[in-house]
Design a protein around this ligand. Structure first.
Ligand code: AMP
Ligand code: ZN
Length: 135
C-alpha cells in the first residue's frame, strides 16, 4: 500500500534496523522500544490486521518469530518476552499493517500486564455460547 509506513520499510523507502528477513517476512527493531531489542515482525504482503491475514501467511510469521526470538532473548539477556499483537484501534493498533511485537522482558523491568477480573455470575456461559455460535 502506498501510504503504509511498514510497506515503505519493506520497499526500502524508509530505513530500518533489520533483524531478519526472508522472501515473505521482515523483522526489524521497533523505533520506540518498550525494552531494548523490541522487534516487530511483519508480512511482506500488506494485510491490515490478523483477521485479514491468510492462514499460510500467519504460519510464516510464527515460524520467523520462533526462529528469531531465542536470539533476541539471548542478545538482550532477557528473562522472558511478550509476544503481542494489537488488533484494531481499540486495542492500540496504530499502524494498519499486521505486525507482532516481540518485547524482551527482565524480571525487574517494572512493567505490569493489565489486570483480570472475575466473571459476574452467568456471564461466562453467555459469552461462551455467543462465541461458539459465531464460529
Ligand atoms: P502498534 O501500536 O501495534 O500499531 O505498533 C506500531 C509500532 O510501530 C510502535 O511500537 C512504533 O514504535 C513502531 N514504529 C512506527 N514507525 C516505525 C518505524 N519507522 N520504524 C520502526 N518502528 C516503527
Ligand atoms: Zn503495509
Amino acid at each position: 500500500m502506498d501510504d503504509c509506513i511498514f510497506c515503505k520499510i519493506i520497499k526500502g523507502e524508509i530505513p530500518s534496523y533489520k533483524v531478519y528477513e526472508n522472501g515473505d517476512v521482515l523483522a526489524f527493531l521497533d523505533i520506540t522500544p518498550v525494552n531494548s531489542g523490541h522487534t516487530l515482525v511483519i508480512s511482506k504482503n500488506h494485510y491490515d490486521n490478523l483477521i485479514d491475514l491468510p492462514e499460510e501467511e500467519a504460519g510464516k510469521l510464527i515460524n520467523v518469530i520462533k526462529k528469531i526470538t531465542p536470539a533476541i532473548v539471548k542478545a538482550t539477556e532477557a528473562d522472558g518476552f511478550n509476544l503481542n499483537l494489537n488488533n484494531g484501534s481499540a486495542a492500540g493498533q496504530v499502524i494498519n499493517h499486521v505486525h507482532f511485537h516481540i518485547v524482551p522482558r527482565k524480571n525487574n523491568d517494572g512493567y505490569k500486564l493489565w489486570p483480570g477480573h472475575v466473571y459476574p455470575a452467568g456471564e461466562a456461559e453467555i459469552v461462551l455460547e455467543k462465541i461458539k455460535s459465531n464460529l
